[in-house]
Design a protein around this ligand. Structure first.
Ligand code: SF4
Length: 356
C-alpha cells in the first residue's frame, strides 16, 4: 500500500488558520468583525462530499474564499468540526465565546502565514507535474498574499505598524522557507491529488453532523485513500502525537461515513520542523473517535441548554483573545445570548476531555 499510495501519483492541504465549517469571527479594520474560516480556505457553497463534485471547496479560488463571511448572530451549535471540538476540549468557555457568542478575534501572523502557505501549496497543483518545483511554488507567494489581503482586509492591520516593511519581509521569508521545506518531505511532481481543500460533512446515526476541510485527498489506482494535512508548525513530541492525530481520525471517520471506505493512511506534514507523521487507521480507531465525539457533543448540548460554560485555564490562555471576558482573568462574559433551562449537574464533566 505504501508504494501504491506513494507512487500512484493519484493519491493527492493546517493550518495556520484554515477555514473550517464553523468560522471564527476576525476583527476587521475599524473593529468591525469580518470572518475567518479555519486555516487554509473558506467554505463556499453547499456541503461537499468526498467525491468532490458539488460542494468541494477550493480555498484559494472559491468565491468568498479566505473570508468575507458576514458575522452571524449568536446561535446554538448544530455541527462539530475538529477545531471547535478541540476548543471545547481545551476550554468549554472558549468554545462558547467562539461558537455561540461569536466574539471577534484578531488575526495573527502565524495563522495568516499558515493560510498563505496552504494557498500556495494548493495552487501549485494547478501547474503540470513537471513544473511543480520549489521556485515555482515560491513565485506564487506574492500573488497569493495579494489575494489574501484583498479577500480579508483585516489582515492589513497585521503590518500596520511596519512602515518600512521589514517585519513583513521577514514574515514572507519564513513563508518561503516553509514552502521550500515541503519539497524535502513530498514530491508534488509525483502526486495528482484527487481533492484539494475538500469540504466534507457527514451526519452520524445519532444526528450529529461532523464537518471540516481536508487539505488534500490522494487516491491510489487500487482505490486506497490517503488523507493529508499540512501543518506550518512543528511536529509534537511523541507523547502528544495522539492529540495531533485526533483531527485526522475525525476526517477519516467522516470519509468512512460518507464513502464507506476507511482511509488507508492519515498523514500530517509538519513544515515547521520537516517531519511527517503517519497513521494507518482501522475501523476500531474510528469507532472510538465516534464514541468520543458523541460524548463531547452531549457535553456541548448540556452546556448550551444550561448556559454553564466553565473556563479551563491552561498555558494556552496566553494565546486566547478573550481574556478580557474570562472570569479567570478578572473579566465578565457577555450576557448569555441563548435561552437556558434551570441549571443542574452536568452528567458529562466539562474540561476533562482529551482527544482520545
Ligand atoms: S483565557 Fe483561558 S480559561 Fe479563559 S476563555 Fe480563554 S482559554 Fe478559557
Amino acid at each position: 500500500m505504501d508504494s501504491s499510495i506513494e507512487d500512484a501519483g493519484a493519491l493527492a492541504p493546517e493550518t495556520g488558520v484554515a477555514a473550517e465549517a464553523e468560522p471564527v469571527a476576525v476583527v476587521a479594520p475599524g473593529g468591525a468583525p469580518a470572518a475567518e474560516a479555519e486555516a487554509s480556505g473558506v467554505v463556499t457553497g453547499a456541503p461537499g462530499v468526498v467525491t468532490g463534485a458539488p460542494g468541494v471547496v477550493t480555498g484559494a479560488s472559491g468565491p468568498g474564499a479566505d473570508g468575507g463571511v458576514a458575522v452571524r448572530p449568536p446561535a446554538a451549535p448544530t455541527s462539530l468540526s475538529p477545531s471547535r471540538a478541540g476548543d471545547f476540549m481545551q476550554c468549554p468557555l472558549l468554545y462558547r465565546f467562539r461558537v455561540i457568542d461569536r466574539l471577534p478575534e484578531k488575526p495573527s501572523e502565524a495563522a495568516t502565514r499558515g493560510t498563505l502557505v496552504h494557498a500556495v501549496l494548493e495552487r501549485l497543483f494547478d501547474a503540470p507535474a513537471v513544473e511543480r518545483t520549489a521556485p515555482r511554488a515560491k513565485s506564487l507567494i506574492p500573488g497569493q498574499w495579494d489575494r489574501l489581503r484583498e479577500n480579508r482586509p483585516e489582515i492589513g492591520e497585521l503590518f500596520a505598524d511596519d512602515p518600512d516593511g521589514e517585519r513583513l519581509a521577514r514574515w514572507l521569508g519564513e513563508a518561503e522557507r516553509l514552502v521550500e521545506r515541503w519539497f524535502t518531505l513530498e514530491d508534488p511532481a509525483r502526486l495528482e491529488p484527487a481533492e484539494r481543500e475538500l469540504f466534507v460533512e457527514a451526519e452520524l446515526d445519532s444526528g450529529l453532523r461532523l464537518r471540516g476541510i481536508i487539505d488534500r485527498v490522494d487516491v491510489a489506482p487500487t482505490g486506497e485513500v490517503r488523507i493529508v494535512d499540512y501543518k506550518t508548525g512543528k511536529a509534537p513530541r511523541p507523547e502528544y502525537a495522539e492529540g495531533a492525530l485526533f483531527q485526522m481520525k475525525f476526517y477519516a471517520l467522516v470519509v468512512w461515513r460518507l464513502k464507506n471506505v476507511v482511509p488507508r493512511r492519515l498523514q500530517l506534514v509538519y513544515l515547521g520542523s520537516g517531519d511527517v507523521l503517519t497513521y494507518d487507521p482501522v475501523p476500531a480507531d474510528l469507532e472510538r473517535v465516534e464514541r468520543k465525539l458523541l460524548a463531547l457533543w452531549e457535553a456541548i448540548r448540556q452546556a448550551t441548554e444550561t448556559g454553564e460554560w466553565r473556563p479551563r485555564p491552561t498555558k494556552l490562555c496566553g494565546w486566547c483573545d478573550h481574556r478580557a471576558h474570562c472570569p479567570e482573568f478578572g473579566g465578565t462574559p457577555p450576557p448569555y445570548p441563548l435561552p437556558v433551562r434551570a441549571p443542574g449537574s452536568l452528567p458529562v464533566e466539562q474540561g476533562r476531555m482529551g482527544p482520545d
